[in-house]
Design a protein around this ligand. Structure first.
Ligand code: ADE
Length: 239
């Protein structure tokens, strides 16, 4: 599989410094992925390099102007060797990020993350690229809460995607176990490591038994209990 390239566009490029750490840092070093960060303000005009304006129709806050966004995205597309591009626009109004979406995006060639701030990006940017050839637009939200902008949501989404790319995780077995749990809406069983007793709390005895069949069924049971509890809480929540 060829390497996936990521282009991130934001007015706060420094938000992305954690990408040199840990799993994602290593994935770049081993050339499994490449990440380029672009400052939206480089595409802004005038002395103030303004990237936003008041909303048509009135209302509070500012809206990000389409012109710098159009220029930034066009420039990323022009400089890409990929034939297909996914433009991901982070917004609380987007489709909720799931493991399934992360899996789907981990198989793509080129991902562009557009990080809006304020009251979001002029909607014509979404509309324009929806009909651009070779571009798939996806508006994504990481949850039902409002962040200051799309940067943290981009970090979350990228981590969910990148760890699924073959070769990124040291031990791919952990992905196999997850794939048995998450998509079926069953959460994982609880895990324990040494010491066998910590602050008077022993590890469940079955895990020390060496009986793999017994351990497997205990873990399945624990996963079911956790899932039932979680769903019970979710069902009891008022929306
Ligand atoms: N921008 C602001 N809030 C967000 C959220 N919850 N998800 C994605 N992008 C956002």
């Amino acid at each position: 599989m060829s390497k996936i390239s990521f282009d991130l566009i934001s007015i706060f490029p420094d938000y992305f410094s954690p990408l040199k750490l840990s799993l994602i840092g290593k994935a770049q070093e081993s050339d499994l992925i490449s990440i380029a960060i672009h400052d939206l303000r480089d595409q802004a005009e005038g002395v103030h390099k303004s990237v936003d304006d008041t909303p048509y129709g009135g209302g509070a806050g500012m809206v990000m102007s389409p012109e710098p966004w159009g220029k930034a995205i066009d420039s990323v597309l022009e400089n890409s060797e990929a034939t297909e591009h996914d433009l991901i626009i982070l917004t609380p109004a987007g489709e909720k990020l799931t493991q399934k979406i992360a899996e789907e995006l981990s198989t793509r060639e080129h991902l562009i993350f557009a990080c809006g701030r304020y009251e979001g990006i002029d909607y014509r940017v979404t509309e324009y690229y929806q009909s651009a050839p070779g571009v798939r637009v996806r508006e994504l939200s990481i949850g039902d809460y409002v962040l200051g902008g799309g940067e943290v949501a981009t970090l979350v989404t990228m981590e969910a995607i990148i760890r699924l790319i073959p070769g990124v995780l040291g031990n791919p077995d952990s992905l196999v176990e997850e794939s048995h749990s998450l998509p079926d809406e069953v959460v994982e069983y609880p895990n324990f490591t040494k010491p066998a007793t910590w602050r008077g709390l022993p590890v469940p005895e079955v895990l020390l038994s060496g009986n793999h069949a017994l351990i497997k069924s205990w873990r399945e049971e624990q996963a079911r209990i956790r899932t039932a509890k979680l769903h019970g809480e979710l069902d009891g929540r008022t929306r």
